[in-house]
Design a protein. Structure first.
Length: 167
């Protein structure tokens, strides 16, 4: 699976309230895709207007810390984010992202990836390349069982496909 997009940089300790402020959860209770309107507005109020489908968030350490709200990664997915690359993730955010089919990639060199660059990510090879600098970066390999979830588009989609095969 390959992902190509523009880089949007954020720092360390981007918590779930910055990703999807709690005050908006009532707006999306009956219509989860509306969460896209509020993606990252706690960190950048104009983010939903600037992002294009496939763009990539790059951050520092501890991305997704805070509450275990699934709306945080969901808002990113519905906004069209292709992947989130960070030096480290809060564990619950990491797994929530996997479960909805949003690739969370751990890259020690994430701080070297430039704002506005375009990068090409190869999930199978565990590499990404900067279009601007031609620099090659590696990220922690995704275990096969998690890759299957991502490749299926999320845990629910994987389960549906398995049930259909069995029927």
């Amino acid at each position: 699976m390959n992902i190509r997009g523009k880089v949007w940089r954020f720092g360390d300790d981007i918590n779930t309230d910055l990703i999807f402020p709690n005050k908006y959860k009532h707006v999306v209770l009956d219509d989860a895709p509306k969460a896209a309107q509020f993606a990252m507005v706690g960190a950048d109020p104009d983010f939903p207007k600037k992002i294009s489908r496939g763009d990539i968030i790059v951050a520092g350490k501890n991305f997704g810390c805070g509450s275990s709200r699934e709306y945080a990664p969901l808002s990113l997915k519905y906004a069209g984010v292709g992947a989130v690359i960070a030096q480290s993730f809060a564990r619950i955010f990491f797994r929530n992202a996997i479960n909805i089919g949003l690739p969370p990639l751990i890259c020690a060199a994430a701080d070297k990836i430039l704002q506005g660059d375009f990068i090409q990510v190869d999930l199978e090879k565990g590499t990404m390349i900067s279009q601007q600098t031609q620099e090659l970066y590696r990220f922690a390999p995704i275990p096969a069982f998690l890759y299957r979830i991502l490749d299926s588009g999320g845990l629910i989609e994987l389960a549906r496909a398995q049930l259909e095969r069995e029927a």
